[in-house]
Design a protein around this ligand. Structure first.
Ligand code: ADP
Ligand code: ZN
Ligand code: ZN
Length: 760
């Protein structure tokens, strides 16, 4: 007898499950159901079954509908989401529902391509095959196949039926009509390419070593958990290593590989490369640029096991993958792996947990690994002679959590690392913000018919509008930020909240009509170049110029067809793109990041500049990088000039250790915001006192305001908690959140916990 009470996860902000009666319907764990909730209906997921409820049975309502045609979500995925929800202090039901494609949150059966699979019913299970007349040969064979599928806990697909006989589908339908079998709708399978795989280059020694190391413990059916940090300079052939690993793993019959990428924009080229090299393996992508139905379709292909290669952005880490055997995280340092609202998970960290639970390898690739990862791969245990032995053991275990593999040379032998120059902007005459050296270098590229890229991390025309008389600067009324000038549209825009207003004709503070757009953004740089280099064909790449769906693809296409001489753009251009004829990279203005109060700013800037620099001279032409700065002797630029990630990372880590910042301590923020700051203060004071009273193993800091004090009209504040021991912090957070959820003051502000926050 199935248990009568279903424990159901719902998309509501309460950290609990809800009890419903099955009402005689058979539901499985992981199945999607429709239930009455308050006055409405809600989609839920069955996550448990029980004989009893803490509520009176007569008060429980039955589920309205079980979507039994859909594959249930498997236990592994449910457990992973549950773990993440607990770790990031977020309600499980909300975490679970938001991990699903939008179509699965809608109140309707969700089958994107109609196909059927079959399984036995209870009646069918009890039937002896001999009860089917011998002359109904096909029916008997179908029935036997259903029994065989049952022992493998599989369903019988139409593809298998077709192998049995051309009339097998009809026979299956007949069995359904007789009540012996049930049909369920499943999604169609993916097409693979018939083409021969593109020719693989011979691996160089470093690549071959990396592949051998990672594959050595993983055979056809045996895999082991290991986290590998593949540190390889740009162009060193990391992607080639991924491809070989995938090839190795995919030989195994049903194996699936998940490849995480930081940005949607990077999926098309990676997809194309994987398709050309691994054409016989079904590949799907999962990201927010897909239509809802595409997304559902791809997700279901992944869930059914039909898709063998899954490329996706951070959310895809929660995709059910029944045969997952390898996870690859490209550009693992990228901060877009961290979700910045709702459940604030880090896809890399969740991937590590998932790999460990499945006992499979996970490969983190980057030219500039996150300091956390670098620390995990390189830190050595403290000297045991004068330290407590136990402590040394744990920190050893913690430190060498990852295995380091390095690719130190560019894969294409002719390709050299670019030459990097820092030009002191205080010592030369700038022309519209550009140094004579950079302008000359651009002109040289035009003559040589080579391409250039100018990197500036600010879109718009200029970052501020300044009154020359009283130094008033146009502020955003809703955020603690300045409005950015968008001259083309004659508008001022806030890049934080989207607020937009007309350019004022005169200073609202003193009435002066002389208002100056001050500083450079992408639009202004584009305009400047058009004046200085009138023959150049220029394209701008930033969020404004690529908001249309295929805009970026079109621009990149033009670059590849040599229809563009100079690209001007933000970090959108820094990542991954491979332009063989691009030989010059100019970095226009990054000095503000050198002196940012954010302790991660230098790490981020270094990674960004290494990446843009990596765009120069990828093929057989030497590349040059020119960085304009007021601080050419800064340590960061010294490291950049020699492309020495290792030394720089180690020195940053040393600083972090001295001041006890992550990764040497574990942190969490309790964030709060409200229209009225007094409420925020009241809430945070309360939480602060509560946290202090709950533990003495965690440092709890006084409430403070973040760098961005006001955002979208909300006044903000936070309490920082810090511990040298992760479990002490987790323990505190759980208790703190549990207590806060019941408090009246907690209903008056918007609050959330951010575990391992990236932004303060
Ligand atoms: P990364 O991912 O580290 O930036 P890629 O894998 O994209 O590097 O490789 C850079 C370029 O070198 C690509 O054009 C790739 O086809 C080529 N390449 C990679 N490995 C080899 C190799 N062993 N021999 C020759 N070319 C290679
Ligand atoms: Zn003024
Ligand atoms: Zn704003």
């Amino acid at each position: 007898m199935p248990k009568p009470i279903l424990k159901i996860a719902l998309d509501v902000p309460l950290d609990r499950l809800f009890d419903y009666l099955s009402g005689g319907q058979t539901a499985k764990i992981g199945q999607r159901v429709l239930v009455p909730f308050g006055r409405r209906s809600q989609i839920g997921i069955v996550v448990g079954m029980a004989d009893t409820s803490e509520f009176a049975i007569e008060k429980l309502k039955p589920v309205t509908q079980v979507f039994s045609d859909e594959l249930p979500i498997d236990a592994e995925t449910l457990n992973l989401v549950k773990f993440s929800a607990d770790y990031y202090q977020y309600p499980f039901g909300q975490a679970l529902l938001s991990a699903l494609p939008a179509r699965l949150r809608q109140i309707a059966p969700a089958v994107s391509r109609k196909q059927y699979a079959y399984q036995l019913t209870d009646l069918g299970r009890q039937l002896d095959i001999e009860a089917i007349p011998k002359r109904q040969l096909v029916t008997r064979r179908v029935f036997a196949a259903l029994q065989a599928a049952e022992t493998l806990t599989k369903v019988l697909t139409e593809a298998t039926l077709d192998e049995i006989s051309s009339s097998a589908r009809k026979a299956a339908k007949q069995l359904v009509a007789e009540g012996l079998a049930a049909s369920l709708q499943v999604q169609a399978s993916v097409k693979t390419l018939e083409t021969a795989p593109a020719i693989a280059p011979e691996l160089n020694q470093e690549q071959a070593f990396a592949v051998a190391q990672i594959t050595q413990n993983n055979s056809q059916d045996v895999t082991v958990f290991k986290a590998w940090l593949l540190h390889g300079i740009t162009g060193s052939g990391k992607t080639e290593v991924y491809i070989r690993l995938m090839q190795h793993v995919l030989q195994n019959n049903a194996a699936q590989v998940l490849v995480l990428v930081p940005e949607i924009n990077l999926t098309p080229q990676l997809e194309a490369r994987f398709r050309s090299r691994l054409p016989s393996f079904a590949l799907v992508s999962l990201h927010s640029n897909l239509s809802e139905s595409e997304r559902l379709h791809h997700w279901q292909l992944a869930q059914s096991g039909a898709a063998r290669i899954i490329i996706g952005t951070r959310l895809s880490i929660f995709t059910p993958l029944p045969n997952l055997k390898l996870i690859i995280i490209d550009e693992e340092h990228d901060s877009s792996y961290k979700q910045q609202d709702s459940m604030r998970y880090h896809a890399r960290d969740v991937a590590l947990v998932r790999a460990k639970r499945l006992n499979i390898p996970v490969v983190l690739g980057s030219a500039t690994p996150a300091l956390e990862s670098w620390h995990n791969a390189t830190a050595i245990a403290p000297n045991t002679s004068n330290a407590n032995i136990d402590q040394a053991k744990t920190s050893q275990a913690q430190a060498n959590k990852y295995n380091l593999l390095s690719l130190n040379q560019r894969a294409v032998t002719a390709a050299q690392l670019p030459h990097i120059d820092c030009i002191d902007t205080t010592k030369v005459n700038l022309q519209h913000g550009l140094t004579p050296q950079l302008i000359a270098a651009l002109k040289l590229r035009l003559v040589r018919k080579e391409q250039s890229l100018l990197f500036i991390n600010r879109r718009g025309y200029s970052p501020v509008l300044l009154c020359s008389a009283c130094h008033w600067i146009a502020p955003c009324m809703r955020c603690s930020s300045k409005l950015v000038v968008h001259l083309g549209q004659k508008k001022l825009r806030c890049h934080h909240c989207g607020h937009e207003q007309k350019m004022p004709k005169q200073c609202p503070s003193c009435g002066n009509a002389d208002l100056h757009p001050t500083g450079h953004g992408t639009q202004r740089l584009e305009q400047t170049l058009a004046i200085l280099l009138p023959t150049a064909r220029i394209a701008r790449v930033d969020r404004d110029s690529t908001s249309r769906k295929d805009a970026l693809v079109e621009i990149l296409d033009k670059v590849h067809h040599q229809e563009i001489d100079i690209l001007v753009g933000t970090q959108m251009l820094a990542k991954g793109h491979d332009f063989p004829n691009l030989t010059l990279v100019g970095v226009v203005d990054t000095d503000s990041a050198l002196h940012s109060p954010d302790f991660r700013a230098s790490e981020r800037l270094f990674a960004q500049l290494m990446q843009v620099a990596g765009r120069a001279g990828r093929a057989d032409k030497a590349g040059q990088v020119i960085i304009q700065t007021q601080f050419p002797e800064h340590e960061l630029f010294n490291a950049l000039r020699t492309q020495d990630y290792v030394t720089y990372a180690n020195s940053l880590l040393q600083e972090r250790e001295q001041v006890q910042f992550p990764p040497y301590v574990f942190t969490a923020l309790l964030r709060a915001e409200a229209n009225d700051f007094a409420l925020v203060q009241q809430f945070l004071q309360h939480a602060f006192a509560l946290a202090r009273s709950l533990t003495d193993k965690v440092m709890v800091y006084d409430p403070v305001r973040p760098q961005m004090e006001r955002l979208k009209g909300m006044e903000r504040g936070h309490v920082l908690m810090q511990a040298s021991n992760r479990s002490a912090l987790q323990h505190l957070l759980k208790n703190l959140v549990g207590e806060l959820r019941g408090k009246a003051i907690a209903t008056k502000v918007r609050w959330a916990v951010d575990v391992n926050p990236l932004e303060f």
